[in-house]
Design a protein around this ligand. Structure first.
Ligand code: ADP
Ligand code: MG
Length: 569
């Protein structure tokens, strides 16, 4: 269909608003245009977090020479013409707003050759106006280059996060489109380095391997369901994780409706509901789910970025998705699967000897208490406590000058480790534990962006990583507080938790994670000596009464309370 400006009454019915919020939104619009043009190969390049450069190259149909300038006019689209088309949109774009909106906030150049044209067309635009136009030899397809994004809108520039965070958004986005279009070969290059590549062979599982790594992808369960929703057929297919595989945030839930990548609380909720009772609280499944249904069953015209949609029969879609996921996951759960994770030989599994003082010689890497090292004891904020025993393998019962204290052993140890980690970060003296054999770690494209750009932060926290493959790293040492066998998972969780944070918050967030993962769990029985050591270490902390998450480390029952309760007063 040739490009035409929509008539005003169609325009008035299009959800208006801002499309270009951040560099990843530009990538989204350009990639959607390439997909709408029937491309089978799409290369995305980004530099400087997308501010310096975003370049998208495709081998799609191209734009006829005489329509190139029109493509940059508001409400010019080759995808719909009438209001009726709006009711059943089958292309990703339809608003005719992306190119002009981008051209208004960046320098744009486009080279394109339509399949029937013999030569390509080049146009350049600044501040939304064409500055040059010419002819150029070019293979069939389109390359759009965006430079200096938002340089003329300082307010918008200020709102952006660091380049590594913006790169993270870009790679998340491109991997999502990779999952939505397994038959298209995607190649993402960030700062000159390949960050993601999909094979384009039509296999969703093969894309999952590239996005989440081989081990995760192999464990995923295939979903297949045709559900009738009051006469119309709803096709649900894709992959979900088994209950044994989970993540600590919802970033791993991907939904595509009629091949459009959508964000939907309703769909996320349907999947999580299907896992009810199977995952620990705070854990979330991994899923890549495609839903196909007749276009008139959905309204894509509800949000300017088109990433939210409305289902005409939401309740039925919810039930169908939940049922399909539940059936798949429950079906697989009857076969118990146990995976043995490779254990780096030198990192001992957690043992209570963690509390032994270094003098015992058992754990040589245990850091000395700073107070002892410097001979300057911080003023204790806790009374001297005498340990009496352990309750439920989780609480330490102690006596103080004014009654009884119940100490949560995990929370208390978290506090101790948090302050130790902070001190070590501040003095740049992180205790590390070398691994005899390095552990290979596969990261997602988004995690890699964080790792690449902020390798020192991880290094300074005790994770010594070495790039090994495109998205594989060798972990050579870990912070000494981490004594768990599942270091890989801990590192992945730390990476995920940093995604939404400012860089200035990273060190503290890593310290909190290390404390949480390194701390002795509830359920672990402790000897009297170990409990005394823990209480002693807690006494040395700056804020002994709360854990890093703000929960209390101890409960106090005063002598007078006891007397009252027993009716002695
Ligand atoms: P929309 O996608 O909503 O139609 P855009 O502003 O994104 O609006 O694009 C305007 C038009 O330019 C499209 O309708 C399409 O005809 C053309 N176009 C944009 N990018 C490409 C591309 N990569 N290949 C072919 N045609 C394109
Ligand atoms: Mg578009």
């Amino acid at each position: 269909m040739s490009i035409k400006v929509l008539c005003p009454d169609v325009i008035s019915k299009i959800a208006a608003g801002e499309i270009v919020e951040r560099p990843a939104s530009v990538v989204k619009e350009l990639v959607e245009n390439s997909l709408d043009a029937g491309a089978t190969q799409i290369t995305v390049e980004a530099g400087g977090g997308g501010i310096d450069l975003i370049k998208v190259t495709d081998n799609g149909a191209g734009i006829p020479a005489d329509e190139v300038e029109l493509a940059f006019e508001r409400h010019a689209t080759g995808k719909i013409t009438s209001e009726t088309d709006l009711e059943a949109v089958s292309s990703l774009g339809f608003r005719g707003e992306a190119l002009p909106s981008i051209a208004a906030v960046a320098k744009v150049s486009m080279v394109t050759r339509y399949r029937d044209d013999v030569v390509g067309t080049v146009v350049k635009l600044e501040n939304g106006a064409v500055t040059s136009k010419g002819k150029q030899g070019f293979p069939q397809g389109t390359t759009v280059s965006i430079r200096d994004l938002f340089r003329n809108v300082p307010a918008r520039l200020k709102f952006l996060k660091s380049p590594s965070t913006e790169n993270g958004h870009i790679s998340h986005l491109v991997t999502q489109y990779g999952l939505a279009f397994p038959e298209v070969k995607f190649h993402l290059i960030i700062n000159g380095r390949t960050s993601f590549r999909s094979p384009g062979n039509g296999s969703l599982r093969d894309v999952l391997v590239e996005v989440y790594g081989l081990e995760t992808a192999q464990g995923m369960l295939e979903l297949g369901a045709n559900e009738g929703v009051e006469g119309t057929v709803l096709d649900i297919h894709g992959f979900v994780s088994p209950s044994s595989l989970s993540r600590s945030n919802r970033n791993y839930l991907s939904f595509f409706v009629n091949r459009r990548w959508v964000r939907s609380r309703m769909l996320a909720y349907a999947v999580e509901e299907a896992f009810q009772g199977m995952l620990m609280t705070g854990k979330h499944p991994i899923a890549a789910i495609n839903i196909s249904l007749p276009p008139e069953e959905i309204d894509v015209n509800v949000h300017p970025t088109k990433s939210e949609i409305k289902f005409r029969r939401e309740r039925q879609v919810f039930v169908a998705v939940q049922r399909a996921v539940r059936n798949t996951v429950v079906g697989s759960a009857t076969v118990p699967s146990m995976r043995i994770l490779p254990l780096p030989s030198v990192v001992p599994a957690f043992t209570p000897s963690l509390f032994a003082r270094p003098a015992s010689g058992k754990v040589t890497s245990l850091p000395q208490l700073t107070g002892e090292q410097e001979g300057a004891q911080p003023r204790p904020q806790l009374p001297i406590l005498r340990v009496i025993g352990q309750l439920q393998n989780a609480y330490i019962v102690a006596e103080g000058p004014d009654g009884m204290y119940l100490i949560d052993q995990h929370a208390a140890h978290e506090r101790v480790l948090l302050e130790r980690a902070r001190e070590q970060q501040a003095s740049r003296a992180i205790e590390v534990q070398g691994l005899l054999e390095p552990v290979a770690i596969e990261v997602t494209a988004q995690q890699q962006e964080l790792l690449q750009s902020q390798r020192e932060v991880f290094y300074e926290s005790g994770f010594h990583l070495e790039q090994f493959g495109e998205r594989t790293y060798l972990l050579r040492s870990v912070p000494a507080v981490l004594r768990k066998p599942d270091i890989t998972r801990v590192l992945a969780e730390i990476l995920d938790s940093l995604g939404g944070l400012q860089e200035s918050e990273w060190q503290e967030s890593i310290a909190v994670s290390l404390a949480c993962h390194g701390a002795i769990p509830a359920g672990q029985s402790l000897s009297l000596q170990e409990m005394e050591e823990l209480v002693h270490q807690l006494e040395q902390t700056q804020s002994p009464r709360t854990c890093p998450h703000g929960r209390p480390t101890m409960i106090h029952l005063s002598a007078s309370q006891l007397e009252r309760e027993f009716g002695r007063r």
